[in-house]
Structure formats: C-alpha cells, structure tokens
Design a binder for this molecule. Structure first.
Ligand code: TRP
Length: 356
C-alpha cells in the first residue's frame, strides 16, 4: 500500500486495534507468514494500535519462569525485528499493566459462570477427561484456564478497543468479551465500548513434510536461523522422485508455495517457467534457501542484536506499559467510581497519586 493510501485509510478506519499473543514458543516461518507479516500490515492502518505479550495467559501452561521470560523477550524482539515500530504501536507485557487484572476481577463478578462453562478450551478439557475415563471431569483444569476468557475480556475492554484481529479459534473469546461488556453496561451504566473480532483466515503455510507448519509436528522452520542451519533445513523439505528434466506442476509443490512468499514477482515468474521446462529439486531448494535467507537477513541481524541486549527489550516493553497505563488509569477511575460509588474527582486524584 502507498503511503498516501495508508494515510487516507487511517483517517476513516476505526480508532483502536488491539491484539495479544501468548508467549508459549519460539516463532517460526509459519507464524511469520500467518500472523506477524499480515499483523504489521493491519496495524499500520489504524490510528491507535496496541500489541501485547500475554504472559499471564501463557502462565496457564508455561510454569517455568526462565522459559516464560525467554519466550516473552523473544516474541517481542521478533515483532520489532520484523518491523513493528514501538513508537507507533504500543507494545507491552501484559503482566506490567496491573489495571488489567483489577478489571478482570470486576468483570468476573458480572460474568455468569455458565458462560465460561461453554468456552471451547474448557469444554475440550472436559471432553478429554471424559474420553480418558476420568471420574473428575475437571481434572487438570486450573482456575486460570477456566477464567481465561475473563482475563482476555479485560485485556480488550480496558483500552476502548474497536477491533481485535484473531484467528478462527479466538472468535468465541471476543464474543464473550462483548457479552461481558454488555452485562457490565446494563448494571453500571454505559462505560465500556463493544469490540468486534476481525477474523483472519489464516494462511496455511506448509512445513517440511507438506503438512501445516507447526512446532508440534516438528516440521517447522524457526525464524532467524543462521544461514548454514537454514540451508540444511530447506534441503530436508519433502519432494517426489520425478527426474530433473520432467516438467513439474507449481501446484502442490511445497517448495513453490514457500518460494512465492519470499521471492519478487519476476523471480516467481522465472521459476514458474523453469517448472514447466523441468528443473531439479536440488536447484529449487537452493533458490528457496536464498530467498528466505535474503528476506530475513536484516530482521535476523536486528533480532539477534536485541536478544543479545535483553535490557533493551525490557526497556521497550516497560515504556509501552507506561503508555498503556496512561490510557488505563482514567478508564479504571471511571470503572471504580461506577462500581463502588463515591466522588469521581476524589478517586481521580487518588488514581493520579497511585500512578508511577
Ligand atoms: N487468547 C489469545 C490466543 O491464544 C491470546 C490473547 C490473550 C489475546 N489476550 C488477548 C488475543 C486479547 C487478542 C486480544 O491466541
């Protein structure tokens, strides 16, 4: 999109976009193509954008502090290295914004338990326990897992969010956030803006074996590998045994599917022609390796530089949290006044004192 178009878009677009990412793993090429690249394009169209690392959501599964910190810093560094501008988009660590957790409690008091009983992730756990023949269907379910959607509602509602870009699997959570907001507004007055989910049809990126790229299949290409390791992985991509001179179809070719994400239009055209005339898989792999290596050379350098200076990432996240809290503070002053009564100005003065 041209700069001019971007500016025009910003003027008409809804105000605030917000999304959270759980730091439960290191990112791979599938995450980059499916979430990071389209996410960066999307946030550039909004006047206000917030992106946070949902570390306390991850706490439902990641309970090794070293791991949690590593994933958190790595995820933040990856987004920044790929082009997220912390001056434009407020990037923060969820646990650095205590107002989220205060709001989560207030919201939990207007959330019918039955609403959470119907949440997909919780229901899946119950079904799993049933299938395993366990007597206790709540086996392995923490309160954190059960009330996960309430915390997510607080993440979203605290910032007057208009649009929440999410994958298919998270749409129910955004709808729950809307329900909770409406319930709150009915009881305490119209205070909370109703958010909308923006469903991203996730691009299916093939992994080394042709199945969807996923860490759980072990068929992923990690982001920011050094060239030698990247080359070795690309050489492992599954191909058939057609001889080099045989004409090949660009459809159903893992190599081609990946190549077209990273190569320039002229290069894609050139490779299409080579497929038609017959080309050796080894040669295509070499081209793919070079295209990926080139695409990430700058961001990879930036990523490793940041990871070598974690204090710098922490400082960026702390700065983001301070800006997020500036937005959250007046909002929570109103929430407190709405639920516990009292003079808003007095509460505002108190809130201002309590602010760092
Ligand atoms: N639950 C989301 C996921 O697993 C992560 C998340 C937490 C989130 N809070 C959010 C996404 C708020 C959007 C908005 O992917």
């Amino acid at each position: 999109m041209s700069e001019q178009n971007k500016a025009a878009n910003k003027a008409t677009a809804p105000e605030t976009i917000l999304t959270g990412i759980k730091p439960t793993d290191h990112v791979h090429v599938g995450n980059y193509l499916g979430a990071i690249r389209p996410g960066l394009e999307l946030v550039s169209q909004f006047r206000h954008s917030l992106l946070f690392i949902a570390d306390y959501h991850a706490l439902t599964t990641v309970q090794d502090p070293k791991e949690l910190r590593d994933y958190t810093l790595s995820l933040a560094a990856a987004w920044i290295a790929c082009g997220l501008d912390p001056k434009q988009t407020i990037i923060y660590r969820q646990s650095d914004v205590p107002e989220i957790f205060e709001l989560a409690w207030v919201l939990s008091c207007v959330t019918p338990k039955g609403l959470l009983n119907r949440a997909h992730a919780y229901k899946a756990k119950l079904q799993e326990n049933e299938a395993e023949g366990r007597e206790d269907l709540d086996y392995g379910v923490s309160m954190g897992l059960f009330s996960y959607p309430v915390l997510m509602a607080a993440d979203i509602l605290l910032f007057n969010t208009d649009v929440v870009p999410v994958g298919e699997d998270q749409v129910q959570h955004v709808e729950i956030a809307r329900d909770i907001a409406q319930k709150f507004n009915r009881i305490f007055g119209e205070l909370i803006r109703l958010p909308k989910a923006l469903v991203k049809t996730e691009k299916v990126v093939p992994g080394l074996d042709g199945r969807k790229m996923s860490k759980s299949y072990g068929n992923h290409i990690p982001l920011f590998l050094e060239s030698k390791a990247l080359r070795k992985l690309v050489m492992k991509i599954k191909t058939d045994s057609t001889p080099p001179e045989a004409p090949k179809n660009t459809k159903d070719s893992i190599l081609f599917d990946l190549y077209k994400e990273f190569a320039a239009p002229a290069e894609i055209e050139a490779l299409t022609a080579r497929y038609a005339n017959g080309v050796g898989w080894g040669e295509v792999k070499e081209l793919l390796f070079q295209a990926i290596d080139r695409h990430f050379s700058e961001s990879s350098r930036r990523y490793h530089e940041l990871m070598g200076r974690p204090a710098e990432i922490e400082a960026i996240l702390r700065d983001g949290a301070a800006r997020a809290r500036k937005l959250a503070t007046p909002f929570m002053v109103n929430v407190r006044a709405a639920v516990r009564g009292g003079d808003r100005d007095t509460i505002a003065a108190h809130g201002a004192r309590g602010k760092s």
